[in-house]
Design a protein around this ligand. Structure first.
Ligand SMILES: *Cc1c(COP(=O)(O)O)cnc(C)c1O
Length: 395
């Protein structure tokens, strides 16, 4: 018999009751070091006092009015995102998939408005992930996620990342845009090279295409800058953001230049809950913290330290860990044992991590960790690797 909760997830047998900073506490009081962050969502850890206060203050005042009215928090957060990015304008939704959906609609609308309604196709990259709606599944083109859900929505072409020739030959008169994650998350923590991002930008400009970045996972401070694209200096025309932006409160945003958003006029797109006062209070509080002087410097410093320590683990347990990859606090351990075994072994050590494609274990700690958390993580990783290493030796 089906469970009351639709069984679409393979869940670990763990229930958490509360969280504080980088730790989650199970119902029986055990502490777990949280290097999963609810899949790169709880960017400031659990129960961050500034976020808790922002949400509870707002909860006592006003929850929802709909977008039939102006919303102060939206205007403030949009202005701050605009001031700190390439973008001129922001649409607020409730999730990553909706942010990508808005980006895809906007790309089609842009070409329709500018006299090229036949340009509707979007080029995407193998190994990418853009969400679970019909359009975002078709965008990513992953067979395993599309299987059984009928004909995939038309309008997407797929090429391997870092393959410039394949990208060039995929561009046709019908191409509207190119969508890419600057650092692939679900695909296995694979940063895209600066030169490839530059090539995408140049090709797009040459052919009149829009560049869409999906920074849902790699954005909001995860790489040590507010957005990952800042490292390359290659700005997109449209960018999807979610996950960390609400620190655990559901929200997403689609950022765009004025030019790309030319067709997004009143009535063209909408969302009942998008940008509601609760989400906006948290989103503004998240930016308060991330935009404080020194926040990103600390992320970079602690991530360098973590990476060094992980390299030592990889050296010591070469039969378990093949490679450390990623950037900032978006790191991956490419494993020689099944990544699920590594995640289970870490869980036995009271540490949480997330799987990814390409047999990778993702380490996505909250951005507020310090050296003591790194020390705790490395101790737990060492113990986990030791069990896996001796197991593989004895088998
Ligand atoms: C998680 C994720 C999404 C989908 O976000 P949802 O909030 O689950 O809809 C899209 N793109 C990337 C890169 C993601 O990591």
């Amino acid at each position: 018999m089906v469970t009351p909760v639709m069984p679409t997830y393979a869940r670990a047998e763990l229930v958490f009751e509360r969280g504080e900073g980088a730790y989650l506490y199970s119902a029986d009081g055990e502490a777990y070091l949280d290097f999963a962050s609810g899949i790169a969502v709880t960017a400031l850890g659990h129960a961050h006092p500034h976020l808790v206060k922002a949400l509870s203050d707002q909860a006592g005042k006003l929850w929802h009015t709909s977008n039939l009215f102006r919303i102060d928090g939206q205007e403030r957060l949009a202005a701050r995102l605009v001031a700190n990015t390439f973008a001129d304008t922001v649409f607020f939704g409730n999730s990553g998939a909706e942010a990508v959906e808005c980006a895809l609609k906007m790309a089609r609308k842009y070409h329709d408005e500018t006299g090229n309604p036949d340009r509707y196709r979007v080029i995407a990259f193998e190994g990418s992930f853009h969400g679970r709606t019909l359009a975002t599944l078709a965008a990513a083109g992953q067979e395993k996620n599309l299987a059984g859900f009928g004909p995939a929505m038309d309008g997407f072409d797929h090429v391997p990342t870092e393959d410039l020739d394949a990208l060039k030959s995929a561009i046709t008169d019908e191409t509207a845009a190119i969508i890419i994650e600057p650092v692939q998350g679900e695909g296995g923590i694979r940063p895209v090279s600066e030169s490839f991002l530059r090539a995408i930008r140049d090709l797009a400009d040459e052919h009149g295409l829009l560049v869409i970045y999906d920074e849902i996972q790699c954005g909001m401070g995860r790489t040590g800058k507010l957005f990952a694209y800042e490292w390359s200096g290659q700005a997109p025309d449209i960018m999807a953001v979610a996950k960390g932006i609400g620190g655990g409160f559901p929200m997403g945003a689609c950022l765009a230049t004025e030019r790309a958003a030319v067709g997004m006029t009143a009535g063209s797109h909408g969302s009942t809950f998008g940008g509601n006062p609760l989400a906006m209070a948290v989103g503004n509080a998240m930016l308060d913290v991330q935009l404080e002087d020194g926040f990103f410097d600390r992320v970079v410093a602690v991530s360098n330290h973590l990476r060094q320590q992980l390299a030592m683990i990889a050296d010591k347990f070469g039969d378990v860990v093949e490679e450390v990859r990623g950037t900032g606090l978006m790191l991956g351990l490419k494993c020689k044992v099944p990544n699920g075994d590594m995640i289970a072994a870490l869980r036995d050590q009271n540490m949480l991590a997330v799987g990814a494609g390409d047999n990778v274990v993702r380490l996505l700690p909250p951005l507020i960790i310090d050296e003591s958390h790194v020390g705790d993580a490395i101790g737990k990783l060492e113990s986990a690797c030791a069990t896996l290493s001796s197991e593989s030796a004895s088998s």
